[in-house]
Design a protein around this ligand. Sequence first.
Ligand code: DAH
Length: 339
Amino acid sequence: MKNKLEEILKSGTSEIEVLQDLKTLDEVRVKYLGKAGALTQILRGMKDVPAEERREVGSLANSVRETLEKALSEKWAELENAALVAEMEKEKIDITEPSRGVKRGALHPLTRFNNKFMEICVEMGFTVIQGPEIETDYYNFEALNVPKNHPARDMQDSFYITDNILMRTQTSNMQIRAMEKMKPPFKVVCPGRVNRNDSDSSHSPIFNQFEALVIDENIGLKDLMMMIKEILKRLFGEDVKMRVRPSYFPFTEPSIEIDATCQRCQGKGCSLCKGTGFSEVFGAGVVNPKVLEMSGIDSVKYSGFAFGPGIDRSVMVTNKIPNIKYLFRNDLRFLKQMR
Ligand code: DAH
């Protein structure tokens, strides 16, 4: 029995000594110390050892087990450590490697144009306000002097949600909301999304507008035209030319249509401006006194003017974008060209 134990100690320690990996380490542990392991077998056979030897054999067996366990755990720590070092070697960071470059984002062309317009208006003393895209028929049409069955409704083919609620077709709804809430004199500008049932290369069912409204004493058409000229200069440059045509909107009287130097050909004449050198930029006018009264503004004391540019068309023209839908697809290949 004693010989056998010494044999186990010798072969066990030498096997542990040469171990190279954790898997074999576990195999060796099972071979000696496992349930069916060599040492366990011996301990089980203790009952057959003559009583006078039992004590000595027992303590030898225990010390062999302790020695093997200790050797195993030291080997385990050694192998673990080696594995960690190897891993760290592999993951070394090469600080001299050239960088892969940082991909920077950029503002969407609509956002850029929007921001530019806003900045100009804020410099001129306008307050920026926002309002609902889902609107009642009253704010979108009725209070703007477009009663039910008015032919002007045909100009704005609308998405109705119920008989009385629709996706707003114009930011002009904000004229009414502003007049109901604010005390004159005031200047407000409202950027926002609008919807119409319209779709081709230059019309999208969703597009973007601004509404600018000024209410004060003794203001009229000449103030409106001066302000628009100044805005166009700040937007398109000092040399911009402006052209005014009579127009019709139920909520303004008189109503005008503003044209500016075509931003695609810079006034030389191209297919877009049909050779005229001008392109249409927005509708404007002096607020109809009826509209002022409906919104609770004294039309004897106060007058007002308003204008409502669509921004998508301007962005298309200045960036030579052939189809308005590109502005809404968020295709990075397109957006990268717009930076
Ligand atoms: N809301 C009009 C439209 O979408 C544009 C417009 C015309 C706005 C005249 C105005 C204005 O403020 O005075 O066609």
